[in-house]
Design a protein around this ligand. Structure first.
Ligand SMILES: [Mg+2]
Length: 176
């Protein structure tokens, strides 16, 4: 079984531009390439799990979303980092679909598709719904600072709350 780091997309890998629909507008969060290189060197594989309610609202076009993911894959490939999958939940914010975070469906799909041991894996995101999706899947979870704090959430706190993905990578390495 493989160990994985499953990553939220908006606000975690790329700047959250709210319903991003244009690959030319992709802009990366600080130190994301270095962070995933470190985790790769520690034996982790990577998948993205992103809620995309903009698809349900028809603000985001699925062809553009695919191009955005293609661009992200290509940019990380330049650093020797690859993603085994880009999982997305195209449901509205009201949906309680198993694949929409905080539910764990996308993580369970990634585990099944790629032989990932969830209890040896991590979920990282900038919202408590990311943290909760990780916990519901049996992973450990990390919250990145930006939009939410653990204190005001109904969900269980993350294993750690850090500034950015690079800090998260250092924590995971020490945790091993
Ligand atoms: Mg996010």
């Amino acid at each position: 079984m493989k160990k994985a780091v499953i990553l939220d997309r908006d606000g975690t890998i790329i700047i959250d531009k709210i319903y991003l629909n244009d690959p030319s507008q992709v802009e990366y969060c600080p130190r994301v390439f270095e962070a995933l290189q470190r985790l790769r060197d520690h034996g982790f594989i990577f998948a993205i799990a992103t809620n995309q309610s903009g698809l349900a609202k028809r603000i985001v076009d699925i062809r553009n979303m695919d191009l955005i993911h293609e661009r992200i894959a290509n940019d990380f490939a330049k650093y020797g980092v690859s993603f085994v999958g880009f999982y997305y939940a195209p449901f509205s914010v009201e949906s309680t679909h198993l694949r929409r975070k905080p539910n764990p469906g996308m993580l369970l799909d990634a585990s099944r598709d790629h032989g990932i041991s969830l209890k040896h894996s991590w979920m990282i995101g900038d919202r408590m719904t990311d943290v909760e999706a990780g916990h519901r899947a049996g992973c450990r979870s990390i919250l990145l600072s930006g939009v939410e704090t653990p204190q005001l959430s109904p969900f269980s706190p993350p294993e750690i709350f850090v500034n950015d993905l690079y800090q998260a990578a250092l924590f995971i390495e020490k945790f091993q």
